[in-house]
Ligand binder design. Structure first.
Ligand code: AMP
Length: 409
């Protein structure tokens, strides 16, 4: 989903477009909607994942929509260093440029007079390091008793710098009824304990660091129309006889269909997806591991964590919706320093998903457009088996009550 489709205020959307933020990053995708729904969030996310905007966007939106009644500070972001206070304040100011929302970065090491003047003129968002903030509270220049949002950013660093007690102290100054957003780059027992002291029933989010596709994997995209994908899969499998291949398909229903389609052309495969009993899933995996079955057709459930040696090829029959999954899927091959191949079938309606993957990995993927004659040849080869494919697809759609293959979630 693009930012233009988010239910956020126009002023924010327009600004995001100006600064070139088209789509949310993973952390933004996972956090923004929960924050907008008023929930507490506890997220493990590193710098570089876009975590700042993940809280800046919904906070600005909330203030625009609900902030008029409250004249005081509506959001307090606590950070461990001056640099971070400056940097995060500047992100609020940048994304909030088309709004009248006022942000102050508050930190020590500079004269406090100017800061007091700014505070007296009224501010909406305060991004502060603990020391100067407590000074100004105790001198009566700062009131944080009406904040709606308390954000703790880089909480692990806060603990490392000895700010644990300051966090507890700040809780005495902010309302009990508030929304708390807790961000840390790493997770430990201490961090968990701290988090549970400040958040309530929080939504937990964990983002893995951005990781590109491994160098041992040659990966590319071939343009194939949605209805033609099964012919191309058949062709790929027949051209790589005896190779161990994982085929990733978007949904369970589609997995079953692809398995049937392959069966009709004499290719034995097995389906693995979340709709199967756990015991059955284990034995399917074991048969694939041992090589008894060489072709596994699966959804994203199988793309994480499992380590199957000697998978020579990954075929993305459908392009994954989530860019992170592209990296995980490709990572099923080329393991242990061996060479691996990943090929993705991209139809016209999936081109945007490829762009999202390229944005995420920061690399262009090699793309092939087959010459028309070659493309038709692959389809003709299949039709020579005597099947009326178009009719079979129609029958299958009728049977499963699906009109459009994108409906079959
Ligand atoms: P952060 O992890 O918050 O330090 O952000 C890392 C970088 O990603 C910053 O330079 C941001 O400007 C940039 N960034 C954050 N969100 C997006 C987005 N949705 N699209 C493009 N760039 C982004």
């Amino acid at each position: 989903m693009k930012f233009s489709q988010y239910p956020i205020a126009k002023e924010i959307k327009e600004r995001l477009e100006e600064i070139g933020y088209k789509r949310p990053t993973d952390i933004q995708y996972k956090a923004i909607r929960h924050i907008m729904e008023g929930e507490d969030v506890m997220a493990i996310a590193q710098t570089g994942t876009g975590k700042t905007a993940a809280f800046v966007i919904p906070i600005l939106d909330w203030i625009l929509k609900n902030g008029k009644k409250n004249k005081g500070v509506k959001c307090l972001v606590m950070v461990p260093t001056r640099e971070l206070a400056k940097q995060i304040a500047s992100v609020f100011q940048d994304i909030g440029k088309k709004t009248k929302i006022k942000t102050l970065g508050l930190f020590g090491g500079v004269e406090q007079e100017q800061q007091i003047r700014t505070l007296n003129n009224g501010i909406d968002i305060l991004v502060a390091t603990p020391g100067r903030m407590f000074d100004l509270i105790s001198q009566g220049h700062l009131d944080i008793s009406k904040v709606h949002f308390l954000v703790l950013d880089e909480a692990d660093l806060m603990l490392e710098f000895g700010f644990g007690k300051d966090i507890k102290d700040v809780l005495k100054h902010v309302p009990l009824k508030r929304q708390t957003l807790f961000f840390s780059a790493t997770i430990s027992k201490r961090i968990k304990k701290l988090a549970y002291d400040v958040v309530r029933n929080a939504i937990r989010i964990q983002i893995s660091p951005k990781n590109p596709v491994a160098k041992t994997i040659e990966h590319s995209i071939v343009f194939v129309e949605m209805d033609d994908k099964r012919f191309f899969l058949e062709n790929m499998i027949k051209n790589h006889e005896d190779k161990k291949i994982i085929v990733f398909v978007r949904t369970k229903v589609r997995v079953e269909r692809v398995v049937k389609a392959m069966k009709r052309v004499g290719i034995e495969t097995e389906a693995l997806h979340g709709g199967l009993e756990q015991k059955e899933r284990f034995s399917i995996l074991n048969r694939f591991k041992s090589g008894e079955n060489k072709i596994l057709i699966t959804t994203d459930v199988a793309c994480r964590g499992i380590d199957i040696p000697e998978v020579e090829m990954v075929i993305n029959y459908d392009i994954p919706d989530n860019p992170e999954n592209y990296v995980h899927r490709c990572g099923r091959t080329g393991r242990g320093g061996k060479k691996g191949y990943a090929i993705s079938f991209c139809s016209g309606q999936e081109k945007e998903l490829v762009e999202a993957i390229e944005d995420y990995t920061g690399n262009q993927i090699e793309k092939y457009e087959l010459p028309k004659e070659e493309y038709m040849e692959i389809i003709r080869e299949t039709e020579e088996n005597g099947y009326d494919w178009k009719k079979l697809i129609e029958e299958e759609n009728k049977r499963s009550g699906t009109k459009d293959i994108w409906d079959d979630k």
